[in-house]
Ligand binder design. Sequence first.
Ligand SMILES: Nc1nc2c(ncn2[C@@H]2O[C@H](COP(=O)(O)OP(=O)(O)OP(=O)(O)O)[C@@H](O)[C@H]2O)c(=O)[nH]1
Ligand SMILES: [Mg+2]
Length: 398
Amino acid sequence: MDITLLAAIAIVVVLLAVGGFFLVRTRRSVTPGKDGTGPEATGGTTTAPPEEDRERDDGTVATPPAHAPPAPAEPVEEPTAEPAPELETPPPSAGRMVRLRQRLARSQNSLGQGLLNLLSSDSLTEDTWEEIEDTLITADIGVTSATQIVENLRTRVKVLGTRGPDEVRGLLREELLAQIGGDTDRIVRTEPHGDRPAVIMVVGVNGTGKTTTTGKLARVLVGDGRSVVLGAADTFRAAATEQLQTWGGRVGAPVVSKEEGSDPASVAFDTVAHGTEEGADAVIIDTAGRLHTKTGLMDELGKVKRVVEKKSQVDEVLLVLDATTGQNGLRQARVFAEVVNITGIALTKLDGTAKGGIIVQVQRELGVPVKLVGLGEGPDDLAPFDPEVFVDALLTQE
Ligand SMILES: Nc1nc2c(ncn2[C@@H]2O[C@H](COP(=O)(O)OP(=O)(O)OP(=O)(O)O)[C@@H](O)[C@H]2O)c(=O)[nH]1
Ligand SMILES: [Mg+2]
């Protein structure tokens, strides 16, 4: 009889525990930065605050899987924390582009060598100048800039008289640098402001490299000794969140996320809130890929930014452009600039195209500088853009 009563009580306790568990399931989750420190890394599931209290949520740990076993009726020992995986130490931002110079030389060298050969021809005929202009245009530098470069070179070659290889290289270097903007301000605004972090949004069409760039940028910042919180505001696909969590986990950057289909603006808002609570230096918000031609999706992006601005100023809106898409990239850039006021370009996949001239064209068209360049699929293949290193790699004799 006693045993039956005890069994009945145990069943009631189990049912209550399971019911309670589903009632309090956290809607926002923060995947810890896996460094074993900070409140997020305490392990286990914690009680979610009520919806209206979300902002004060200390962001404790992810939602458990729906098939989690019911909570045991009797107290059990606290599970021992998993051993913290070893965190990676990415290289700092300084010197990255020099380190990746070979990649640039490999992809852009044909342009540089083509121009140098033409300019070194015994006689610079009308046809040669035309060919020089065509070479520049083929490299996506844009007609206006190509014409300007050729005009300047013609004048300077005339003044110079003789043309040794060094002179020719020097002239071309100067002209290309002038078009790229040797002294343009390309600083990515990642400095915190008093008690709030720098806020960076990453936007662009599908597959350009947004998530990768977000992850790589987090590594750049961590390499420079900064603390970073990532926001998975691509809520279209659960895989997008996982992708970002992998990046964050490797360098100890927490990732704020919500279930698939959630409002991206609310994830972005919560990311800034969490970054502020944590005293992070910077938050980087990854957004879903969206076609610039889909008005509804572009409106949604505008909303994400406006909602974040209720919490904080947005310091950077980085448009991620795939260098291999050429003119189409420019069309995308124009529409994004209208909707969210782009402050910088991250030009990816520059390792996979000889059309590096797009840097010149996109800056000229948008009046927005290229700030970062992606030079490979490796985790540290993102570098602050340095025009001199770029032009020198272009003109390197292989
Ligand atoms: N070679 C090369 N590949 C890159 C570079 N940057 C990104 N990629 C690759 O581009 C592919 C797409 O990258 P993602 O970061 O997933 O692109 P995304 O813009 O987030 O994609 P969606 O979220 O689906 O819109 C991946 O295979 C990346 O490894 C780069 O600089 N060089
Ligand atoms: Mg993505």
